[in-house]
Design a protein around this ligand. Structure first.
Ligand code: SF4
Length: 426
């Protein structure tokens, strides 16, 4: 039998990319190739450098991996350069993946990464590691792109992952996270990267698989379980309808797996509920099974025109109705809004502020975001979101009354940065 190479995968395990890296680490440790790969999770750049040096000097072929969103791309590029400057001739393979790397592959490669994983990461990373273990050329990995003579050479894209095939986290390394129960999204909100990266179709993890990993989480001593899904009440469906029977089977299984003493958080961070899915029946179901007292509801704009232009698929009154119903059923609705969406006129901004006030009077908290023209989305080339002085004052007033929260101010700068870095489409 051919001899195997020792391979180390060093993950730049920092916010926010660490969530995706936890999923990838889970795929590695569950796969046969994972038996041949040492995993490291350094949480800052000094430990990243130390881990890379140590693995390299111990004879491992070292892969260093980053995953980032568009806003954290410059930070990752800077860290990569910092690391390379300190490697003192050690050769390591630096790779990147995630939604920004997929949408802006060339820009990411020009940022200095050797290879960029395009699309869904699990199969791409496993093939890459397998190649390294067997001593084969990692550049031929399906789903990896690279620069050759200044031009992008693509080996296709990773896609079609069946969630049950992979764990949601890396339990053997005690790296846990929210359980991804659905990937892909049938809605086509024009500001959102999810349908672009993961396709416009729901792929659900099975109830049995979710229950199995919830038990693993509980047995590891974790008290809370949370879930990742593009839209919480879409579990078990292929279209806009709800399948409450499927949601109930899943939540009942999760509840049992977390017993005794565990807590179940659903319809809340890190996921949300679409407003038209907030009905007396869905709320009654949540009441029976979840421990959260708040629900996160996507509202996005108070302007019918802007809701339609951004293809949200619901109107303003649906957001109001969802808020009232949630309050009636004893939940605090946290309603998401995006400020500065493309095409907003002053009357649209006024309508959003008006809706924010109306919802907060009904008992909601309002979560403000600033629009970012994200790569891969139909709004990629739109102007970055901005917030005028008058709106800013009104938002500050809502915040001082405890009705509004969020990083909308910082996101103005991030949105400008994304717009400044974007390159013309080819
Ligand atoms: S915003 Fe939510 S519902 Fe809309 S496309 Fe994105 S994930 Fe789907």
């Amino acid at each position: 039998m051919a001899s195997k190479n020792k391979v180390a995968l060093v993950l730049s395990y920092q916010y926010p990319g660490k969530y995706a890296l936890t999923v990838l680490a889970g795929a590695v440790e569950a796969d046969a190739v994972g038996q041949e790969v040492a995993l490291r999770f350094p949480r800052d750049r000094e430990s990243l450098l130390a881990a890379v040096r140590e693995c390299h000097d111990a004879g491992y072929r070292v892969v260093v991996a980053w995953s980032f969103y568009s806003a954290s791309f410059p930070g990752a590029v800077e860290e990569l350069a910092w690391l390379r400057e300190r490697l003192e001739g050690r050769e390591v393979l630096c790779i990147a993946g995630g939604v920004h790397a997929t949408a802006e592959t060339e820009q990411t490669l020009r940022g200095g990464f050797d290879l960029v994983g395009v699309g869904e990461g699990e199969p791409v990373l496993l093939e890459l590691l397998g190649r390294l273990v067997r001593g084969e050329d990692p550049r031929q990995t399906r789903g990896m792109s690279r620069l050759v003579d200044g031009k992008v050479v693509s080996q296709g894209r990773g896609e079609g992952v069946v969630l049950d095939t992979y764990p949601p986290f890396a339990a053997r390394h005690r790296m846990f996270g929210a359980i991804e129960i659905t990937r892909g999204c049938i809605y086509a909100c024009r500001f959102c990267q999810t349908p672009f990266l993961n396709k416009a179709r729901f792929r659900h993890r099975s109830v049995e698989n979710i229950a199995r990993w919830t038990r693993v989480l509980r047995e590891a001593g974790k008290r809370d379980v949370r879930f990742i899904t593009p839209t919480s009440m879409s579990y078990g469906t292929a279209d806009e309808s709800m399948n409450l029977e499927a949601v109930e089977r899943m939540l009942a299984a999760v509840r049992e797996a977390m017993s005794p003493g565990g807590r179940v958080f659903y319809g809340t961070f890190p996921s949300e509920v679409r407003p038209e899915h907030v009905t007396p029946e869905s709320l009654a179901l949540l009441k029976r099974y979840v421990d959260n007292d708040n629900l996160i509801i996507g509202g996005q704009s108070g302007s019918e025109r802007i809701l339609q232009a951004s293809r949200r698929g619901h109107d303003v009154e649906t957001v109001v109705r969802a808020t009232s119903l949630a309050v009636e059923m004893g939940f605090v609705p946290n309603v998401d809004f995006i400020l500065g969406l493309p095409g907003e006129a002053p009357e649209d901004v006024r309508a959003t502020l008006e809706l924010m006030r109306r919802l907060s009077e009904l008992g909601a908290k309002v979560h403000g975001h600033t629009f970012m023209p994200l790569p891969g989305t139909p709004y990629r080339d739109a102007p970055p979101g901005s917030v005028d002085e008058e709106t800013r004052k009104e938002l500050d007033r809502l915040a001082s009354q405890g009705r509004l929260y969020g990083h909308w101010k910082q996101q103005v700068a991030l949105a400008n940065g994304i717009a400044a870095r974007r390159q013309p489409r080819r």
